[in-house]
Structures are given as C-alpha cells and as structure tokens.
Design a protein around this ligand. Sequence first.
Ligand SMILES: [Cu+2]
Length: 487
Amino acid sequence: MRSTRRELLKLMAATGGALTASGLLISRTSTTSSAADAVPVADQMRLAPLVTPFQTAMPIPPVLRPVSVTSTTDTYVLPIKQASAEILPGTSTPVLTYGGTFPGPTIKARSGRRTVVRQVNQIADGTSMHLHGAVVDPANDGGPMDLIAPGASRTYTYTNQQVAATLWYHDHAHHVEAEHVYRGMSGLYLISDSNEASLPLPRGSYDVPVVVRDIGLNEDGTLYFDHLFNSRPQILVNGKPQPYFQVAARKYRLRILNGSNQRPFEFRLSTGDEFVQIASDRGLLSAPYTTTSVPLSPAERADIVVDFSRYPVGTSVVLKNSYFPAPGTEDIVRFDVVRTADDPSSVPARLAELPPTAAPTATRAFSLEFDDTTGDGTINGKLWDENRVDTTVRAGDTEIWEITNTHPFIPHNFHIHLVDFRVLDINGKPPTPGEAGLKDTVRVQAGETVRILVSFKYPHYGRYYYHCHLIDHSSMGMMANLDIVRA
Ligand SMILES: [Cu+2]
C-alpha cells in the first residue's frame, strides 16, 4: 500500500493523529522513496493492539454526591489524584483523575442553584479546572495560569445562571492541559431547569451520558502521549473500549460529548436510521432536528433521542463514526435491544425558546494557523501570551466573529469562555438545524471560514479566553486573551 508523508499527515490530522496497527504497516512498508516518508512514529511500535469491540459493558460515570446541601447550595469535594483504571480487560492503567474515576464523576446542577466544588490537588503539576460552557466570573473560570499548586486546595463556585445543558469540566493549566485531559482529567456537569423538566423527554435511566474519546495505549497498559505525532487509535466510551450497552425497546436520550483532545467524530447509526437531535452545546434546540448524523469536534456536545422500539428484541445497533475513520475507529458503542418497556416519553415539537439576538456593532476576524514543522498554533499570527490583551469587548455588545482555518488539511475548532453564540454561516452556507442552537464551540474545518454572532450579555467582567479546542493546539499556543469591560 502506498502512502505519501503528506497523506499520512493528513490522515493523522484528520483523525487526531490516529495510527492503527495497520497504519503503522502503511508507514513501514511505504514504497515511496523520499526520506521524508520516514515517519517518526517508531515509539508507536509499542502500542497495544486494538481491543476487539463490544467485549465490555458501557459503564455510566458515577454521579457525584454532595457533602452538604442547603436551601441554595450543593457542595462537593473533588480531589485531583492519580488512580488506576481498567481500560483494557485485566490491565491496570495509571490515570490522572478527578475523584479517582476515569472519566470523572458527573456533577448534577440545577439552574439558579449554586454549586460549590472543593478541590485538593494531589498530583505533581499545577491544575486549573475549567467548567466548559459555564456562565461564571473570571475568578471561578479556571484560567490557564490560575493554578492550584501541588498540595494546595481551591474552591470553585458556580451560580448556574443558565438554561439546562450538558457541560463538562476539565483541566486548563496552560501547556499541560492537553496531557492532563488526555490522562483522564474531565467529567460531565449536567444542568437541569424547569423548562426541561416540563418536557416529556426520556429521563432517569433512559437519559444516558456517552462520553466518546480516543486514546493510545502502550503494550504495558500505560497511556501513550505525544503532543505532535500522537497516536490514539483506541476509541473509548465512558472510559471503556468500544463497549456494548443493553437497552430496552423504547426511546433513550443520549448525551454525547466528544471528549477527545483532537479527534473529530461524525456519529451515525449502523442501520442508517434517523434519530432526533434535541440539544447542542449550551442547551435544548428550539425544535427537534431529525437527522441521520451528528458531527462533533472536541468539546462539542449533542443530545440525541434514539427510538429503539423500531428494533425487535435481540437486535443490535451500532453507533458508528463516519468522520475519516481510520481502521478500527468506526465502531463507537453497540446498543443491544434486550427487552421491551413502556415508553411514556416523547419529543415535543417545541423544546425551548432561544433568546433573541441583537444587531452586531462590530466584526472581528480571527485566523487559526498551525505550523506543521514546529507544532505551534497561533491566532492571527500570535502565540498565546498571558500578558497580552488580544481582544477587548464591552459587556452588553453583540459582535460578529469571523474565524478562518488557514490550514489545507488540519481541522480546528473555536471555543469562547463564558458566552454562548449562534453560528451564522459556514463558508457562506447556513448551519444545519443541529448547529443553529446555542453553541460555545464550533467546528472550523480546513480552509473554512465560520461566522458566529456573539452576545457578551452576561454580567461578568475581566479576563476570559478563546482558543482552538483541539487542546493539543491550544496547549501549543492557539489561544488568546479576551477582556470583557463594563460598557
Ligand atoms: Cu486547532
């Protein structure tokens, strides 16, 4: 099989650097003669073979129990510590965790109720927990230099002044965030509200988190990590390799998070059947969107409702990845329909009233650039500098931000702290209904220009950040400072 270095780089970029065992074979047996084809992936020879899919049951991440509950506040303790996880059956893998589990426990919050999270940093590096998608003041945002030193403790307070949404928390300590998150430092944070509670959507055990990510495992079961030529061919769901999940023949709400560092996914059912997307990053869509696929770049979320009553008991349906799938990365999770069940749930025609948008008062352009030789990521030509103010906006303003990915084949995305935004167009074309709701992270594929409408409507002022959320890129500099000032 022939492969040029450029094609290999393209494959690696598109798949988050995923080289499977067969990918290695491609590089080793390449018949092209250029010395440039000597791909520096020798270390990856030690990668463990991919697990045979569907051997392990998909676990549900534990829900964190508060240590105290008052009329206004739920308080949690979430130590940051080393632990071991059984990712490969019978093998212990050292991981970095929130609370000892891989991924971290799910925190359930209620719109308008306060959540307090106390942390003690028991690992050797400084850490900083960012609650991705949260409307939060800068002191509790988990900035890249706002570190919890090793041995120190910290309390984060979240007021949850926002609508129901699937958020997630993860480390943001600059330059080590990519490795920390890769090694396990993330978890879900689910906000509910009265509107969502009034809807007849699937709930309880029929509301299921599906945290999808990739990983590279060495033969000894340790995690393989490399910023540039990362090799992450093993797909995990809720911490287990390509598991199965037993379901009843009824509707389920699946809260899908792309928790990968770099790998984009496009999810489909193996049957090609339709499902219904009901939410994106920052909450419910205005109306359900019936589709056969949902694309998610790293950190994006989509809640979908899949009706398994279409399938007889005994049937299996696989959630597949159709985004440039390297061999072995097509299968995500297999749903096995094992029983019938009553189903009082339904998906109503109206889900939420999205806030009105205001007329923009400014347009700004942001260019995402990635240097193939150094691995540096820049925005408008600049590496992140903690002391430089890149963008200043006035609270209350609405702006159009125009984001361009200049690279011919590497995908990026774009995340802004604090705010939600609406996607106006992608290369001049309107977004799908699945991407037209409240977003905080948007895909920016190679060569694309994406325009978003951002309203800085929240009463919080000070230092925030925007960055590519392929976090190996932001870790290498593709991040900038945003100051929100009082009007
Ligand atoms: Cu990027």
